[in-house]
Design a protein around this ligand. Structure first.
Ligand code: B12
Length: 460
């Protein structure tokens, strides 16, 4: 949009486009630049692949990199080395115009690229000397330091409604009260917490205008029922098995349905703090513990509406609507988690928390989502989807790189242990990645690609 408003003609190929389609179209249209955007980690690998293909197929046009999951370091280390023509990471869209103009100008390109290359060289130098970073604990030591409550004194809550529960049509008017508006403003690159942001001395006026537009669209959306939201939650008997979680059939508790694989922190912590893995929050066999999973889809009916706005050249309304659908996805995850705590699992039937308290996570239990720092590996979504039957139940599909379609959707796990908490898995040794690959039954190189941003070593 920003480039379009500055006299660049942009050909938008959409999402999950194969490398060859991008390159063929670029040739056909004789484009000046290619841009790639990445929201979740698996896109990072795909970007390196596109860069390699550009080199192999003799391209010489610049490659722009952007999106929430990309970084200067990743671009310098993993993409730039694969392509000889300029590769430039663009921090936010407002800088895209300056970058594109510099790259296309005969006079500016040289000095501009000299600065970028110097910058990347510095990133690579720092990366090469990162051997100075504190060494990680061997896996066995990290495991010995796991979170280990006295399970013999723990009575896991038994669900009131075991197995899978589907919500065909979650009322939008219910979800409205569960919306966390702060990330909505982030989508528009307006920094600050809601509602204080509305009175912010710098961005307040803009935030208020956006807020008014969003409320007006929300009213129409509710009245005319533009969106459908479906949700599914499941609760199964479970047992900790090392860093894995065995998941069983509620009807036949000896029948194993699946294994969830978790990753353990290996940083050497100065004090007695444990080295956590999510599996630590589930009791070992013999204690009748349970694990949960969920998926919500807030994108039903969204695409044709967005297409209508786009056809009318109303990009603002199209983005506003997508951002509202994203808020409904997160609100549905918040609402569903409360349903689970109060009703389905039912361990907190009398919980009485307002939206502020929910946003602060003042309740018992967590819902980590694959891709977030406590479980950075996205392929676990496949297991979650299979357990829930998410495709059939709520019309949510998973691409081969584990992105969910429709985009406005969230999936994750439920833990009920009162001490369960979010944490950052962080850097991983080859030893742990090899162990993880073995547990998942995939080649080491595959696990290394999935965990590319967590590796403490160079896999090549
Ligand atoms: C909104 C959001 C969502 C929404 C919508 C996602 C969607 N519609 O695709 C919802 C709530 C649905 C969601 C779901 C998920 N999310 Co989310 N989400 C975000 C959040 C909060 C903001 C992203 C965003 O829209 N930003 C606003 C846009 C405008 O910014 P942007 O993408 O960075 O792009 C800007 C620039 O980068 C630049 N740019 C972007 N692309 C390009 C390309 C070029 C060529 C150029 C020049 C510039 C450029 O321009 C933009 C404007 O300046 C981020 C956290 C964050 N603060 O970034 C997490 C984040 C992206 N999500 C994350 C995750 C893990 C997920 C889930 C996988 C969780 C789950 N298990 O359910 C799902 C995946 C959904 C899916 N469909 O597969 C992680 C990804 C981490 C990772 N390593 O993979 C993030 C980074 C959060 C985190 N801190 O860990 N998410």
């Amino acid at each position: 949009m920003v480039l379009g408003c500055n006299n660049f003609e942009v050909i938008d190929l959409g999402v999950m486009v194969p490398a060859q389609t991008i390159l063929d179209r670029a040739r056909e249209e004789k484009v000046d630049l290619i841009g790639l955007s990445g929201l979740i980690t698996p896109s990072l690998e795909e970007m390196s692949h596109v860069a390699k293909e550009m080199k192999r197929q003799g391209f010489s046009i610049p490659l722009l990199i952007g999106g929430a999951t990309t970084s200067r370091a990743h671009t310098a280390l993993k993409i730039d080395p694969h392509y000889d023509a300029p590769v430039v990471w663009v921090k936010d869209a407002s800088r895209a115009v300056g970058v594109a103009q510099s790259l296309l100008s005969k006079d500016l390109r040289g000095p501009f690229m000299a600065t970028i290359e110097a910058d990347y060289a510095e990133v690579r130098r720092r990366h090469a000397s990162r051997g100075d970073a504190k060494p990680l604990l061997p896996l066995e030591r990290a495991r010995a330091k796991r979170f280990m409550p006295d399970w013999s004194h723990y009575a896991p809550p038994q669900p009131r409604v075991p197995g899978v529960t589907v919500f065909e049509d979650v009322p939008l008017t219910t979800l409205r009260d569960f919306i966390d508006w702060t990330p909505f403003f982030q989508t528009w690159e307006l920094a600050g917490r809601f509602p204080a942001i509305l009175d912010d001395p710098v961005v307040g006026a803009q935030a208020r205008e956006l807020w008014r537009d969003a409320q007006a669209m929300l009213e129409r959306l509710l009245k005319e029922h533009w969106l459908g939201v479906r949700a599914v939650a499941g609760l199964w008997p479970a047992a900790q098995e090392g860093d894995d979680i065995a998941v069983f059939d509620p009807a036949q508790p000896k029948h194993r349905l699946a294994t969830l694989h978790t990753l353990r922190q290996q940083v050497d912590k100065p004090d007695a703090r444990p080295n956590l893995a999510l599996a630590d929050f589930i009791a070992p066999a013999g204690h009748q513990d349970w694990v949960g999973a969920f998926a919500v889809n807030a994108g039903l009916g969204l695409e044709p509406r967005v297409a209508r706005f786009e056809a009318a050249n109303d990009d603002y309304a199209a983005i506003l609507l997508k951002a509202l659908a994203d808020r409904f996805a997160e609100a549905a995850a918040e609402w569903l988690h409360r349903e689970v705590r109060m009703r389905l699992w039912g361990y907190a039937p009398d919980e009485a928390l307002d939206n502020e308290a929910l946003i602060r996570e003042d309740y018992r239990g967590i819902r980590p989502a694959p891709g977030y720092p406590a479980c950075p590996e996205h392929s676990e979504k496949r297991t979650i989807f299979d357990l829930l039957g998410a495709e059939a139940a709520i019309g949510l599909s998973l691409t081969e790189n584990f992105a969910m379609h429709p985009a406005s959707s969230v999936s994750g796990l439920y833990f009920s242990h009162p001490d369960s908490q979010y944490f950052v898995v962080g850097r991983l040794s080859r030893e742990q990645v090899a162990d993880y690959a073995r547990r998942k039954g995939v080649p080491l190189a595959q696990a290394e690609r999935w965990l590319a941003t967590n590796l403490d070593y160079d896999p090549d």
